[in-house]
Design a protein around this ligand. Structure first.
Ligand code: CTP
Ligand code: ZN
Length: 163
């Protein structure tokens, strides 16, 4: 067998039997994807994360494999906030039975906080933040309550900073 040829695809993470594979995640953002999905690792199912792996289409990408769980489109579409090119592969008995791109929802609830400190969503009694997608490329969200526009860098800063 020997060494694989340079540039040849290498299987870094084993194939899974049943579950969901989130592929083509923007390199370095797999942990944000898990955070948006609300997966902490304490749920008990097997989660495999690969970061900065070589990809023909993207140069580098991240991959998340969740075993024994089929994630619904509504759950997964939220990750388009940080991984717009992600593909969702549903695996049954080792076969890919469904493959689709993520699609950004029109409304984003409870994922990012408004950057406006005076926004009522940042009051002492916090209420659920709600944003509307006003542009996908470049990404811009508008706060339902104060109208503040959140740009891509505000969104990433918010997600990376909150523990
Ligand atoms: N995969 C997996 N377990 C399986 C089947 C597939 O973990 N039993 C993973 C693959 O490793 C890959 C993704 O699911 O990351 C999609 O698999 P497949 O469609 O076979 O790969 P590609 O053709 O390379 O996908 P694409 O065309 O979306 O790039
Ligand atoms: Zn606001």
């Amino acid at each position: 067998m020997g060494e694989p040829k340079p540039g040849a695809p290498t299987l870094r993470v084993a194939k899974i039997k049943d579950g969901t594979v989130i592929d083509h995640i923007t390199a370095g953002r797999a942990l944000l994807v898990l955070k948006i999905l609300g997966i902490t690792g304490r749920e008990g199912f097997i989660v495999t994360v690969a970061m900065n792996v070589p990809s023909k289409k993207m140069g580098k990408k991240d991959i998340v494999k969740i075993e024994g769980r089929v994630l619904s489109p509504d759950e997964v579409n939220k990750i388009a906030l940080v991984a717009p090119r992600a593909t969702i592969n549903i695996i049954r008995d080792y076969e890919v039975v469904e493959k689709r791109r993520v699609k950004l929802p029109r409304t984003i609830r409870n994922i990012v906080r408004c950057v406006n400190p005076a926004c009522i969503t940042n009051d002492r009694e916090p209420i659920e933040p709600v944003f509307y997608v006003v542009s996908e490329e470049p990404l811009k969200l508008k706060c339902h309550y104060c109208g503040r526009i959140m740009e891509q860098h505000d969104i990433l800063a918010c997600l990376f900073s909150e523990g």
